[in-house]
Design a protein around this ligand. Structure first.
Ligand code: MN
Length: 197
């Protein structure tokens, strides 16, 4: 019987401070993500989804009106795994040339990503993706995820309030700035770019 377990973080809970506090990581990774995993395992038990790999659960449940809860929890597990891999201690720094060039320069990439992430109404996600061979920025609402739309994610930012409220309260723009300048794991991003080119 397939049962999903939580993937380990690539850093300790205090290493992302001051941009993301230990309290946020313990609540976000330790409680929110853990709950999505538990819910997914509980909901999929004894269903056709029980033995599927995570990405297959997402793609199939996205088209199944009777499996909305399974989709929401599975997509949130995928999105969070992607997000926690998108950040690292001492992250950020120079935008890789292949990404900067696709947006007309690093400043334009930052501005477009920030504007998209700040513009998510309510809960959701900002993404750098490859859609039909082209690098783009997109957003998704709630649990929705690019892979449900046959779009390849390259970089993820969680803009649900639980991702930043303990550290930034209502200042989502400051969280986005900190993510872009100090948290992005560009090695992970470049690896995804290579896999999808
Ligand atoms: Mn989250």
């Amino acid at each position: 019987m397939f049962s999903l377990t939580q993937f380990p973080l690539n850093f300790s809970d205090s290493e992302m401070a001051p941009y993301m506090s230990k309290e946020t990581i313990n609540c976000h990774y330790g409680k929110h993500l853990a709950t999505y995993i538990k819910n997914l395992n509980d909901l999929s038990e004894n269903t056709k989804y029980a033995d599927m790999p995570l990405e297959e659960i997402i793609i199939k449940s996205a088209k199944d009106d009777s499996a909305k809860k399974i989709f929401n929890n599975a997509a949130q597990v995928f999105n969070h795994n992607f997000f926690f891999n998108s950040i690292c201690p001492n992250g950020g720094g120079e935008v890789p040339a292949e990404i900067a060039n696709a947006f007309g320069g690093a400043d334009k990439f930052y501005a477009e990503f920030k504007s998209a992430a700040a513009g998510v109404f309510g809960s959701g996600w900002a993404w750098l993706v490859i859609d039909s061979g082209t690098l783009k920025i997109m957003t998704t609402s709630n649990a929705d995820t690019p892979i449900a739309h046959n779009i390849k994610p390259i970089l993820a930012l969680d803009v649900w309030e639980h991702a930043y409220y303990l550290d930034y309260q209502n200042r989502r723009a400051d969280f986005i700035d900190a993510f872009l300048s100090y948290m992005i794991n560009w090695d992970f991003v470049l690896e995804n770019l290579k896999l999808n080119n």
